[in-house]
Design a protein around this ligand. Sequence first.
Ligand SMILES: [Zn+2]
Length: 242
Amino acid sequence: MPKLDYLVEELVTGNRILAREGVVDSFGHISVRHPDNPQRYLLSRSRAPDCIEKDDIMEFMLDGTPVDPRGRAPYLERFIHGALYEAQPEVMSVVHHHSESVIPFGVVANQRIKPIFHMGASIGHEVPVWDSHDHFGDTALLVENMEMGRDLAKLMGAGRTALMRGHGATVTGRNIRHAVYISVYLEVNARLQQRAMDMGEVKFLTPGEVDKVASRTGSYGITRAWENWCRRAGRPFQPEQA
Ligand SMILES: [Zn+2]
C-alpha cells in the first residue's frame, strides 16, 4: 500500500480509537506529518473523531493553510499541529484533546501529572502546563493562530506532553500509534494519580525508572495495544509500515 494511503487509514483508525478509549469526545483531533513533504500535514476536516472517514482527511501547510479544501471546514485549532511540526522535525504525529482526567492538573498550582505506574512512563518525567493567559491575556482559550501554537510548541520543546490550562492537552509521537498510545495513558495516569492522591502520599516512578521504561516502549508493545484498540473501535488492524 502506498505510504499516503496507509497513513490516511491509520489516521482514521487513530481518531476512532481516541474516541473509543475516552480521550476525545465531540472535540479533539489527531494529525500526521505528510510522508512526502515534511512541510505539510494531514488532519481531518472539522468533525467529531468517531465520525471521521477517509474523505474527511485534508492536507495542510505548516501555517494551517488548507491545500485543497473542496468546501471542507478545517478545525479552528489546527495551528497546534503545524507549530509542533515546525518546531520539532522528529515529531510525526500530534494529538490535541480535552480528556477529562487531565483538566484538573492544569488548573491547580503545583499539582503536576507524573508517571505513577509503568504504562504512564511514556508521558515523560512531568507534564508541563502551558497557560495561554501568560502571553495572550484573556482569550477564548483556543489555539487559533500560529503565534499561540508556537508559544505552546516552545513550552513543549522535545517533550511528548503538555497540559493547557483550563482547556486540555497536546501530545506528540514518532508516529500515529505512538501519539495515540501516549494520549491514552496520559488519561489513565491522570485518573489513577488523582485516586492515589486521595488516598495519601504518592510514591511516583523515579526519573531512572521513567527513563528505563520509556527506552523499552517500542513498536512491540504499542502494536499489541493498537491491535486490541482496533478491535474495540471496530477498525481493521493493518500491519505497521515503517
Ligand atoms: Zn482544544
